[in-house]
Write a protein that binds this ligand. Structure first.
Ligand SMILES: NC(=O)C1=CN([C@@H]2O[C@H](COP(=O)(O)OP(=O)(O)OC[C@H]3O[C@@H](n4cnc5c(N)ncnc54)[C@H](OP(=O)(O)O)[C@@H]3O)[C@@H](O)[C@H]2O)C=CC1
Ligand SMILES: CC(=O)N[C@@H](CCC(=O)OP(=O)(O)O)C(=O)O
Length: 349
């Protein structure tokens, strides 16, 4: 698989879709040949997004599998929950490769999806076909596949911070507590009461406590890593900033492991994976240090007094948490270097 690829984006007027357009503009082997909208077909995309005017002079296409097939080889879906479940079968049947950024194909159990997402689940055969693309953990399974389910933003930050320690038995999986915070672009472009300026500015609030739809996704992967069922406490918070996720995780240490043990375990686990950066002792990652990039930065502290480890993991929700990891999965699918088109230095300050 050494050919270049033509790409269509469904949901290209949303934050995830627009970020895909931005990142793919500098991809050496992928060209966006169709930007798609269910509500504004026929309108020039640069009309709504003047920052794209140099690179996109085209109009938005309708959601039509035959039209997409005539223009593209692969389609990204950056659509609200429930949309991909209905669209993906016809896209796959049209012969397109698919990368879905929504949560519709991440959970292997239909019941679990319907419990947590409160929507009708996709058909089981398509759920079974979807490869869950947490790139640094399951990347080997992605190569050559036609259908990837891209992980959620919170799960990406959280799982990259927990999987090595669970797999190595450095922490007790029954003791994990995850305290996560997100910038507001994680909620998408649509306006809502909870995310408008005066509700958000100079405010900091917890939401969906014990009810967040990313809980079963995190537990599915932690259970796979531990080899036994794992349940966690996971609390999300909204921070008055645009981009960024910080996931702070706590667990009881097993086997008397030290801070140096954790740092060296993670450096070994992520060796050769350039998007995960493990911090030296005492240097904590901050969301600004990954802003606009595909990096996930992870730092640790070991508290000998409590016997617990603190793990802090940060990503840009729209890049590593969505469009960037989706492009990383495109690269892995195609057998290319996983960093093609993603070698951005974070914007700082
Ligand atoms: N924002 C983030 O940080 C992350 C988001 N995600 C997930 O990615 C997906 C997209 O998120 P995000 O970009 O933030 O969301 P947005 O709300 O910003 O954009 C979603 C887009 O989907 C399109 N859309 C809505 N309904 C339909 C439909 N029936 N058929 C086709 N297109 C439709 C809309 O565009 P139009 O009306 O033009 O069709 C809209 O612009 C969601 O599932 C989200 O949960 C995952 C990880 C991180
Ligand atoms: C800040 C904020 O509201 N974030 C969203 C993330 C939604 C998301 O990405 O949902 P899926 O991964 O399930 O598609 C939330 O917490 O629901």
């Amino acid at each position: 698989m050494n050919e270049n690829v033509k790409v269509a984006i469904i949901g290209s007027t949303g934050y995830g879709g627009v970020e895909l357009i931005r990142l793919l503009a500098s991809h050496p082997r992928a060209a966006v040949t169709s930007v798609i909208s269910s509500s504004s077909a026929g309108a020039p995309i640069a009309e709504g997004f003047p920052h794209l005017s140099e690179i996109r002079t085209d109009v938005l296409d309708d959601v039509d599998p035959a039209l997409i097939m005539s223009k593209a080889d692969l389609v990204f879906l950056a659509t609200p929950a429930g949309v991909a479940a209905k669209l993906v079968p016809s896209l796959l049947e049209a012969g397109l490769k698919v990368i879905d950024i929504s949560g519709d194909f991440r959970l292997k159990s239909r019941d679990s999806y319907e419990t947590w997402y409160k929507k009708e689940a996709a058909e089981q055969q398509y759920i079974d076909q979807a490869e869950y693309g947490l790139a640094e953990v399951y990347g080997d399974r992605v190569k050559g596949k036609d259908f990837i389910s891209n992980p959620g933003c919170y799960p990406t930050a959280t799982l990259l911070g927990l999987v090595p320690a669970i797999k190595a038995g450095y922490i007790d999986p029954a003791t994990i507590i995850i305290d996560a915070k997100s910038g507001v672009s994680g909620a998408g472009r649509g306006a809502s009461l909870g995310t408008h300026y005066s509700e958000l500015n100079e405010n900091f609030k917890a939401y969906k406590v014990n009810k967040h739809q990313h809980i079963p996704e995190i537990e599915q992967v932690l259970s796979d890593a531990a080899g036994c069922p794992v349940i966690t406490t996971f609390t999300t918070h909204l921070v008055p900033m645009t981009r960024g996720i910080m996931s702070t995780m706590y667990a009881t240490i097993q086997g008397g492991r030290s801070l140096e043990d954790f740092i060296s375990l993670y450096r070994h686990y992520y060796e050769g994976r350039r998007f995960v950066r493990i911090r030296n002792a005492g240097i904590w990652p901050a969301t600004k240090e990954v802003w606009g990039s595909n990096y996930c930065d992870i730092g640790f502290a070991v508290d000998e007094r409590t016997g617990r480890v603190t793990i802090v993991s940060v990503i840009d929700n729209l890049v590593k948490g969505a469009a960037g990891q989706a492009i990383q999965n495109l690269n892995l699918m195609m057998g290319w270097d996983e960093s093609l088109g993603l070698q951005f230095v974070p914007a700082y300050p």
